[in-house]
Design a protein around this ligand. Structure first.
Ligand SMILES: Nc1nc2c(ncn2[C@@H]2O[C@H](COP(=O)(O)OP(=O)(O)OP(=O)(O)O)[C@@H](O)[C@H]2O)c(=O)[nH]1
Length: 166
């Protein structure tokens, strides 16, 4: 659990670091179901980890809730001398999937706060949109119900079908 401030609002976030290894996949997938935001992380010094991102994306698409927010991360940005994945490759992949992209470093703290703040912001935005949608639908339904009630009144006793013919 961590509390961060986004747009002046204090938000408490729960962070799960899922295992990347294949043998833990059954457990990992269970975390997807409850996630609102996901970082897809590769290591800039490993081309293989970058190639794996496509698989992660398809797993997320399959197991995570529909509105889940995703950000692509190229971690270990401090390991410039070992770099195998260009920054543009990360940007390009993120663009293809419609995600934001950050290069980060857990060692130098590069973009750690920024990426967490951004993901939280995206989750909040999505949540607000969903709530606004629900509110609009609810108020439309209410308006419709009121209209129907009004129409009912307009029909009134004079217009309503006679139940008694005497
Ligand atoms: N240089 C550098 N090393 C890092 C960075 N982040 C993590 N590491 C190192 O990379 C290794 C793996 O880190 P983990 O946090 O265990 O990686 P992980 O992806 O959670 O690993 P799994 O859960 O086993 O998939 C550790 O030795 C870390 O110290 C970073 O930004 N820069």
């Amino acid at each position: 659990m961590k509390t961060i401030e986004v747009d002046g609002i204090k938000v408490r976030i729960q962070i799960w670091d899922t295992a990347g290894q294949e043998r833990y996949q059954t457990i990992t997938k269970q975390y997807y179901r409850r996630a609102q935001g996901i970082f897809l992380v590769y290591d800039i010094s490993s081309e293989r980890s970058y190639q794996h991102i496509m698989k992660w994306v398809s797993d997320v698409d399959e197991y995570a809730p529909e509105g889940v927010q995703k950000i692509l991360i190229g971690n270990k940005a401090d390991e410039e001398q070992k770099r195998q994945v260009g920054r543009e490759q990360g940007q390009q992949l993120a663009k293809e999937y419609g995600m934001d992209f950050y290069e980060t470093s857990a060692c130098t703290n590069l973009n750690i706060k920024e990426s967490f703040t951004r993901l939280t912001e995206l989750v909040l935005q999505a949540h607000r949109k969903e709530l606004d949608g629900l509110r609009t639908r609810a108020s439309n339904e209410l308006a419709l119900a009121e209209l129907e009630e009004e129409e009912g009144k307009a029909e009134g006793p004079a217009n309503s079908p006679k139940t008694c013919w005497c």
